[in-house]
Design a protein around this ligand. Sequence first.
Ligand code: GLN
Length: 486
Amino acid sequence: MKLHELTLSKAHELLRTKEISSVELTRAVLDRIDGVEAKVEAFITLTPETALAMAEEADQAISRGEITPLTGIPIAVKDLICTQGIRTTCASKILENFIPPYDATVITRLSKAGAVLVGKANMDEFAMGSSNENSGLKITRNPWNLECVPGGSSGGSAAAVAADMCLGALGSDTGGSIRQPASHCGIVGIKPTYGRVSRFGLVAFASSLDQIGPLAKTVEDAALLLEVISGHDPKDSTSAPVEVPRFSGPMKENLKGCKIGLPKEFFNTQGLDPDVSESVHRAIRTLKDLGAEFVEVALPHAEYAVAVYYILAPSEASSNLARYDGVKYGLRKEGQDGLADMYRKTRSGGFGQEVKRRIILGTYALSSGYYDAYYNKASQVRTLISRDYAEAFGHCHAILSPVAPTPAFRIGEKTEDPLTMYLSDIYTLSANLAGIPGMSVPCGFSARGLPIGVQLLSGHFNEAVLLKIGYQFQQATNYHMQKPAL
Ligand code: GLN
């Protein structure tokens, strides 16, 4: 097997036994990037020199006997996570030349663990999108079919992992942006419980929904990454002072006695692609054979999730994005006509169409005459959605559903119709509204050879049960071992 094709866990094993060095591994990954990046375009910024310097440091640490599961492992990071001295653009013209003066907490944790940063991955501008087509800088392609989208908004991170241009990556998930691209690219993605991972240094989209999480080739790799980035951070007041379990341990337990809920609302939806439905039903049969028990659960308010999300997320975004005014960060376009003209020119030139659409939607929903009718009402329904999940988890350990209604679609297929695009997240959004963790695991391929994922959800801070189910499923199947022909 070629070095860039290794899983994170396998590479760790070879580094630990000194069969390979981090410099060798990093060089192999950088060569792979040289070979396929022109086709996939997963990265906004590549950091080969930083990567090799970090790899050398990692090798020195290993020779001193200091090794963690991430020491010397090449990782990609979504370009809305601040990296000190390395451009962080959010795929927006307004931040095209922004160089953060500090590291996000997750970056500090990755560096402490000895991970090697190979580059900053493309995304939808400010994480608003489901296909990467909203990037203000470039379009990433799906490694399985270069005419299709990789999903979004963490599409660059997912494509980089699927194309073996890194051994694991970080993304962020506000309404599905880790799980959906993971599903479209045939890899594993986890959105942790809200508060599990620090958001310090994550450029905010919708602060009450955003979470950083791992994208990886296997469940055990995702667990290792999650272990390192999780944990309380005094710099983020919404980070939870909850202990971080050794996620990789209980994964090996069998599924006897494990109850999995099937929400009928998620299976009767219109627009569920037959290939997706078939793969998900096959996953259910596999899990039954492994000893899991299935029960029907109800999520009666799930049908409102898209409407609620597209009021709350734009509202928070309109407020968060007010800071890009040409004064504090990034782009400034001089106005001829005073300060207001400078704001207007900077913001209309710097933000893309979708970001502007959301700012307008959010500003409207928060305006004094409409606040009660929209923002307040949506917040109330959000509570009902959370209660549905709490009630459902009284009857099961986890919930299973499709990740997305269709496999990856063609570039350009949905760009003219934002509402159809918004429906890509119909199964993922409610987990963010409820703050619960979710995971996407490869479970099949469409007739056209595009990957399909299955979603698992669980109660707050119970990522362990997701990892256990996901791992047992993975061990019984071989979808995660397939590679795109690039
Ligand atoms: N696709 C959703 C949106 O456009 C979710 C994005 C995300 O999770 N960052 O808002």
